[in-house]
Ligand binder design. Structure first.
Ligand code: MN
Length: 734
């Protein structure tokens, strides 16, 4: 056994509760898989995962994290021998998921980017790490790579150091791991500005030597006071980090000698009460500088940092900062969120993670920290991106879009000209329909053609982002006046026909003329154009139109409204008696009753659209439902389609009460149906129907299940795919 591993085991047995057998197994596995591979330094490769595991152990993470750290490079670097199922088989899905998460992060192309896109990359990084442990391991990985960066080429050193400074150090900061943050910054600075770094380092050491006397005196004076009051404490006097001094010089354009504010004293005590006692003692003995006292004990920073800060004036007129905190607070200050990581196994750990995330979320929402707004904690979101997605351009730039966005939204986010000339799209290299829903991490490419005549009006119903909507409307407004007028005329005519009385062409023209004047538009064509390009909806002007109609056309029989159309028929078949108003939010319509169209069975997580039926509330369809798609094309129903989205209250109210249908395609075996039922039973899935048929020598099992949403359904599908002989599973209609 290598010495490094013996040291690791020793460290772990000091820290307490670890499954050392499991860790030994992970080590031997990694060692075997990496055998023959070397680091650029010439060391055997296993030294790297070992060092990463050791850093992870310092963070006091759990057994699974240590194992995952040991295995973290096996998927990427030993791919002929190792795959995810193998790790899962050997170490369980918890560890496999973490290793997979760490591996996926390798492919985020952090390079030299604008600050704005770097922020997006950081968010994407967090969005892709569903488990905080993935980030901790990734940080440990980066820390070791930075420690051994001297072996890389100068270009690599620069780009890795830059990425460290822009992405990893801020992440460590957000997670409150000051120890890693500071080391990363110091190492990165050494490569990014070696001369400046050396200068500040030399000056700092020199100053420290010269001012030893000052610090000693101040320390003595503080110690005296603390003893007098009988406080148990540990005191350390120090100079602030090289990077923070460097940054201050750079940001404030000062020379080293102009920096005064770089002495700091840290006092560690046993209890919170002691913290305030110490503060009192300090303020009694030194003049404090106004505005520099911060109580992060009563109001912790969102990254959980707690401490008292004050800056006081020493004898020689030199200010120094004092940080006062308990030992517990100190551990959190050094290790951040990781320090709060108390481990339990399996489900409990999951619940714990959720709870932590919830906690961060709450902290975020109440956060109004103005201490250091630029650097500090713009939203830390892990899995908190329900409303946003992040996708790549083929060049690796990140585009941020609302959840549910399509390639059309993406195209318009790039440029109007790209959207207007769009004829198709690729996701991760595969051609897709332009209304496909994008997911975080995908690479999206837009296919354009110079001969494209521009966007289709239907796109307005498909796109999610306001930007795309506006740009499409702009296109129609500018480019398509003639066509818009035709469409506008058609829509007005249809609306007039709904009133159920016949009218002449002259009457129609009079109505529209009056209406145009009333609205204040120059001429009827402008009204038609506005309606045609979607800038004005018929429903908005319907009252006035009706008004003018009644004035011009004499009343006849009562209205006779035609009531049938395909979509509405579908709506009537909706499941009865269920109130789902709580689960879906309808734009622009309040308090309406909501039903789910049976033709497509939308599930929470699906992209949806609502259709206002006459008298039956709003019927909810999936976006891609064929009925919805053909319905959307009918101009006369244009205003009855409404934007709908899933409410976030949904889990609580209708948990597990949605129905979905799965088509399972498999090679026939006599045990297959039993296996499927058993698997569903094991997953505690309620089955509502099951039937089988044969299709071209293949067995097709159609099974109805209850689920809470698309994510739940996906997990059911994943569970079923484990059964041998199952070739494919698709979501079906009823
Ligand atoms: Mn690595």
């Amino acid at each position: 056994m290598e010495q490094g591993f013996i040291d690791l085991l020793e460290k772990l047995s000091k820290n307490g509760n670890y499954d050392l057998e499991k860790i030994k197994k992970a080590y031997s596995f990694a060692e075997k898989m990496h055998s023959g591979q070397c680091r650029i330094s010439g060391e055997p490769y296993i030294s790297h995962p070992l060092a990463v595991a050791s850093i992870v152990a310092d963070l006091q993470l759990d057994t699974d994290s240590i194992c995952a750290a040991l295995l973290h490079d096996t998927l990427e670097d030993c791919c002929e021998m190792v795959d995810l199922p193998l790790i899962k088989k050997e170490f369980g899905s918890e560890i496999a998921d973490i290793v997979d998460g760490v591996t996926k992060l390798i492919h985020i192309p952090f390079e030299t980017k604008q600050e704005e896109s770097i922020e997006n990359l950081r968010k994407m990084f967090l969005a892709m790490s569903k488990d905080l442990r993935v980030i901790f391991i990734k940080l440990a990985d980066r820390l070791h790579n930075m420690r051994t960066l001297s072996f890389r080429s100068p270009e690599k050193q620069r780009s890795i150091a830059l990425e460290t400074m822009h992405v990893y150090a801020p992440l460590a900061h957000r997670l409150g791991i000051q120890r890693i943050k500071q080391e990363l910054e110091m190492l990165a600075l050494g490569y990014l500005d070696p001369i400046g770094f050396e200068e500040v380092k030399k000056d700092t050491e020199k100053r420290f030597g010269e001012s030893k006397d000052f610090l000693d005196k101040a320390t003595l004076k503080v110690e005296e006071g603390l003893r007098e009051y009988g406080v148990k404490f540990k005191l350390e006097g120090r100079i602030k980090s090289i990077y923070s001094i460097y940054k201050k010089m750079y940001n404030q354009n000062k020379s080293f000698n102009e920096i005064y504010d770089f002495y700091a004293m840290r006092i560690l005590v046993d209890t919170e009460l002691d913290c305030y006692t110490v503060l009192g003692i300090i303020h009694e003995r030194f003049n404090s500088i106004p505005g520099r006292f911060k109580d992060f004990i009563s109001t912790p920073k969102p990254n959980l940092y707690r401490s008292l800060h004050t800056t006081v004036m020493g004898k020689e007129g030199i200010p120094f900062e004092v940080q006062i905190r308990t030992w517990d607070m100190h551990t959190v200050a050094e290790y951040g969120l990781a320090a709060h990581w108390k481990y339990k196994s399996g489900e409990q750990a999951k619940a714990m993670i959720d709870q932590k995330l919830q906690w961060i979320r709450t902290l975020l929402e109440t956060e109004k920290d103005t201490d250091d707004p630029d650097e500090f904690f713009r939203p830390l979101k892990i899995d908190l991106f329900e409303d946003e997605i992040f996708v790549f351009t083929p060049k690796g730039d990140v585009v941020n879009l609302p959840n549910g966005s399509t390639p059309i939204d993406f195209a318009y986010a790039i440029h109007s000209a790209v959207g207007n000339k769009m004829v198709g799209a690729k996701i991760n290299g595969n051609i897709v329909t332009i209304d496909s829903i994008l997911e975080t991490g995908q690479i999206v490419e837009i296919l354009t053609s110079a001969s494209s005549k521009g966007p289709s009006r239907d796109w307005l119903k498909i796109v999610r982002s306001g930007e795309a909507k506006n740009k499409i409307r702009q296109f129609f407004k500018r480019e398509m006046r003639t066509e818009n007028i035709v469409v506008g005329k058609l829509e007005i005519e249809r609306e007039l026909k709904r009133y159920g009385r016949s009218f002449s062409e002259a009457q129609k023209n009079e109505i529209v003329k009056n209406l145009t004047n009333r609205i204040g538009l120059p001429e009827p064509d402008d009204l038609y154009n506005n309606i045609g390009y979607g800038g004005m909806s018929v429903s908005k002007i319907a009252v006035k139109l009706r008004d003018e109609f009644n004035r011009v056309v004499q009343p006849a029989e009562p209205d006779d409204i035609e009531e049938t159309n395909l979509v509405e028929k579908t709506a009537r078949h909706d499941r009865k008696g269920r109130s789902n108003s709580e689960s879906v939010i309808i734009d622009s319509v309040e308090g309406c009753s909501v039903k789910f169209a049976k033709c497509c069975n939308p599930l929470p997580g699906d992209s949806i659209i609502g259709f206002i039926t006459r008298g039956f509330g709003v019927s909810i369809h999936k976006y891609e439902c064929t009925n919805a798609q053909s319905g959307l094309k009918r101009v006369e129903d244009k205003d009855r389609w409404v934007v709908a989205s899933w409410s976030d209250k949904i889990e609580k109210n209708v948990y597990g009460s949605f129905e979905a249908v799965l088509n399972i395609y498999a090679i026939y075996t006599p045990k297959l149906i039993t296996e499927v039922s058993v698997a569903l039973g094991d997953m505690k899935v309620a089955v509502t129907s099951i039937s089988t048929r044969e299709n071209a020598g293949e067995m097709v099992i159609t099974v109805g299940v209850k689920c809470s949403g698309i994510e739940h359904l996906k997990s059911i599908m994943v569970g079923l795919r484990k059964i041998k002989n199952i070739r494919d599973i698709t979501r079906g209609n009823k």
